[in-house]
Design a protein around this ligand. Structure first.
Ligand SMILES: Cc1ncc(COP(=O)(O)O)c(C=O)c1O
Length: 483
């Protein structure tokens, strides 16, 4: 195939050039009807490009086949058998993959307890039975041996789903895990939301399709250069029926996908094929020097080799710069707030002692300098911060809640709101997810204990966000009415 082609982008360009017009949605008619104040902020050009239905760019409305051609180009570019685009993020793609593999299988799906909240949402929505792994890997994906033990325990599961890279950039031994699954003739799904760039540079961790996964889901907007919500799911082999997977996605998908999102994925694929090695190579070099510079700042240390090893992760995406602030004696929440307020700089994941700066191919010396200078200023300013509010951190064992009901039954069952004290010992009916990174501390159907209630409550007081809680102050919890 000719990888310089961009079927969607070219169709869009032609639409403009020919001055076409449509008496069909979108109603803003290429921006003509948009309020000036909106156009001032969003740019009228973004509306001019938003022409999917009227432009004949939607494969459902015409036989032009722009989308499917663009998906074929993507599959070829990354070496998957098939690729499908979605405009609702990996949140949709991962649910579609779960449904395709285990939607009607009582054996359920093997899952890491560090799954993203979109996976838990998939469990609630589809009724797929989770077969959780027993340990809670906050930053380390499971090892092949742990997945083997899971299979020994739940041999009838329909497949396994792992997250790799984690939102911190730590990666699993996907090839080893895929072998373990394939020995049993079962598919492996990889939630690779943070790994869209992996196929395009040899010095990045191995990407899931090369490692033998059957389905993998990526968010182009996270580590690529797509608009927010742009996601691709890839499939290969014969353990997962690609057309069934696509039908599952269709159940969840909008009927009005945004052509801006599709076209940006189309153009990003061409850019990566033509310049990915050079752009990502430069980003990796910049990340290496930036890590070294940050390492020299008093009180801030960059996590690197400590994240790797037998008991830890198999590989690391070094574009994810995870910093430990323990020596500064302040919390990650305080630092993120300070950086936002004083340096107009936002960082990614933040917790009681860490912050994460995600670098991308779009960063350059200037943005790296801005990050390093801000961190230097933070290191100087931290002395004057108030002591951080105490967070009652449970041990990993205490965070391991007993799962006593299916997430779906707990979520849709009869529920009530009770005070934090009265919630201890009750079955949670809501997800409770410190965000970012979006890994639920509590999944519906789990029995709340004192340690987790105190942890979340004290976390919120210290600056943690738990956006999916019914009561965001966590003075009250939504629990199942039993009996
Ligand atoms: C591991 C993981 N999976 C899935 C998602 C959902 O991706 P999206 O934001 O593209 O819907 C995220 C988002 O942060 C994530 O971190």
């Amino acid at each position: 195939m000719d990888q310089s082609e961009t079927p969607l982008l070219s169709a869009l360009e032609e639409y403009r050039r020919l001055d076409r017009y449509g008496f069909s949605p979108p109603g803003h008619r290429q921006g003509r009807g948009v309020d000036e104040r909106v156009a001032e902020v969003l740019g009228r050009d973004s509306f001019r490009a938003d022409v999917l239905a009227s432009g004949g760019l939607d494969d459902r409305l015409t036989r032009n086949g722009y989308l499917s051609r663009s998906e074929e180009l993507m599959a070829e570019a990354v070496g998957a058998e098939q690729a499908f685009f979605s405009t609702c993020g990996s949140s949709l793609s991962v649910k579609a993959a779960m449904m395709a593999v285990a939607g009607n299988d009582p054996g359920g799906l093997l899952l890491g307890r560090d799954s993203h909240k979109s996976i838990v949402a998939g469990l609630i929505f589809s009724g797929v039975t989770p077969q959780w792994d027993e340990e809670m890997h906050f930053s380390h994906p499971p090892s092949p041996q742990q997945v083997r033990e899971m299979w020994d325990k739940y041999p009838d599961a329909a497949g396994a789903l792992i997250v790799s890279p984690s939102p911190y950039g730590t990666c699993a031994d996907i090839a080893g895990i895929a072998d373990v699954c394939h020995e049993r003739g079962k598919p492996l799904i990889v939630d690779e939301a943070w790994g869209a760039h992996l196929p395009f540079h040899d010095d990045l961790p191995t990407w899931a399709m090369d490692a033998g996964a059957d389905v993998c889901v990526v968010s182009v907007h996270k580590m690529g250069a797509g608009f927010e919500q742009g996601s691709v799911y890839h499939v290969q082999g014969d353990l997962v029926d690609a057309s069934h997977l696509s039908n599952c996605a269709d159940l969840l998908m909008t009927t009005s996908p945004n052509v801006l999102i599709y076209s940006a994925i189309d153009g990003w694929r061409r850019q990566m094929v033509e310049h990915g090695t050079e752009l990502l190579g430069r980003a990796l070099d910049l990340a290496r020097t930036t890590r070294e510079r940050i390492e020299r700042i008093d009180g801030i240390s960059v996590l690197d080799d400590r994240l790797l090893g037998d008991e830890a992760s198999h590989d690391l995406d070094r574009l994810q710069v995870l910093m430990d602030l323990d020596e500064l004696g302040v919390s990650g929440y305080q630092c993120a707030d300070w950086l936002r307020e004083n340096c107009r700089l936002d960082v990614g994941m933040t917790d009681h002692r860490r912050i994460l700066a995600t670098m991308s191919m779009s960063d350059d010396e200037d943005t790296a300098d801005r990050l390093v200078s801000a961190l230097e200023a933070l290191s100087r300013a931290a002395e004057s911060f108030d002591p951080p509010p105490r967070i009652d951190l449970p041990s990993p064992d205490e965070l391991q809640l007993e799962s006593v009901m299916s997430p779906r039954d707990a979520f849709f069952g009869r529920t009530e709101m009770v005070s934090a004290d009265r919630a201890v010992g009750r079955i949670a009916a809501e997800q409770l997810t410190p965000y970012p990174p979006g890994i639920p501390a509590v999944v519906p159907g789990e029995r709340l204990d004192r340690a987790v209630v105190d942890y979340l409550h004290s976390g919120v007081d210290a600056g943690m966000n738990v956006p999916d809680a019914t009561d965001s102050s966590l003075d009250e919890f939504r629990v199942v009415v039993e009996g």
